[in-house]
Design a protein around this ligand. Structure first.
Ligand code: SF4
Length: 302
């Protein structure tokens, strides 16, 4: 397997076959992110990706899903994604669906017809870092799209029947925009009805531009209490028909999950109870820790 660099896969892809496609992020400009550090965006040649798929096909694998590895493999041109999906379908006939990380911009670059074709070839359950629905924060953090563009891209995915998971970052607007951030994010969720929403607090990544902006006083972090309040507000404003709510990452101060709206009141109570267990001085401080990066051992996927 030709893994190119650090590998991050969503926690719910633990049973998926990982096929390396790219490394780094094609955007790599978000101020709060230093996930890929100095790693330049690069893509494995299609012959190499085909070789990796062929190498898996030699074994009688029981995998039912492929997760294409890399910051945002969905940035590849339509024809390349089509080739990868067709190769997987031909060589690994047990595979039922294909996922990957994707950005809103990757989706915007595909026509509705191309999305439809990718859906028919098996693309489903793609993972998108939306982060917020608030334009002021999207712009400030240099996410590269507006909330209207995000809505259009996500509705195009809905039309193509490609389901998606959205990541939200609470605290991304700082204390002043905290509630506005929650309201705009919930509004966008309500409009697009994602399959899953993964909510995590802003955690200052070492080396990220935002870290320097905090040091110079240009950006102020929310306190732990404000982060939890924002998370509760997102839930209060959510009107979702059948969306998995996933707040179980290592960075979540209170770990919760459920289905929205069915578990809405339960989740709010969990967060309120969790909040009440923190001492006051901690609630009044920003979150000041960062989990260690875990490197995937490429040999363990085969
Ligand atoms: S948040 Fe996502 S899109 Fe932005 S730089 Fe990080 S990996 Fe790239």
């Amino acid at each position: 397997m030709h893994f190119l660099g650090d590998t991050y896969r969503p926690p719910f892809e633990e049973k998926s076959l990982l096929i390396p496609v790219s490394a780094g992020c094609s955007h790599n400009r978000c101020k709060f992110c230093n996930l890929y550090g100095e790693t330049e965006f690069q893509v494995n040649p299609l012959e190499v990706i085909e070789e990796d798929i062929n190498s898996v096909a030699k074994y009688r694998t029981l995998y039912k899903r492929v997760f294409l590895v890399g910051g945002d493999p969905f940035t590849l041109p339509f024809e390349s994604l089509k080739f990868i999906a067709e190769t997987i379908n031909e060589k690994l006939p047990r595979i039922e669906s294909i996922g990957c990380h994707a950005s809103i911009m990757n989706v915007m670059a595909k026509t509705p017809e191309q999305l439809q074709e990718l859906s028919e070839l098996g693309f489903d359950g793609i993972n998108i870092g939306l982060e917020t629905g608030l334009d002021a924060v999207l712009d400030y953090m240099d996410k590269g799209y507006t909330s209207a563009e995000a809505k259009e891209a996500l509705l195009n995915l809905n039309d193509a029947r490609i389901s998606y998971n959205l990541n939200l970052v609470t605290g991304l607007g700082g204390p002043e925009l905290s509630m506005e951030n929650a309201d705009a994010s919930a509004e966008l969720l309500n409009e697009v009805q994602p399959k899953l929403v993964m909510v995590a607090p802003l955690h200052m990544e070492p080396g990220a531009e935002l870290e320097k902006m905090e040091e110079t006083g240009e950006f102020t972090q929310c306190t732990l209490g404000q982060i939890i309040d924002e998370q509760i507000r997102v839930l209060q404003r959510s009107e979702l028909e059948d969306t998995i709510y996933f707040g179980m990452q290592s960075v979540n101060p209170i770990r919760t999950n459920g289905t929205l709206n069915a578990d809405k009141e339960y989740l709010i109570k969990e967060l309120e109870a969790g909040r009440s267990r923190f001492p006051e001085h901690q609630l009044n401080e920003p979150i000041r820790w960062f989990p260690p990066k875990v490197k995937l051992n490429a040999t363990r996927t085969m």
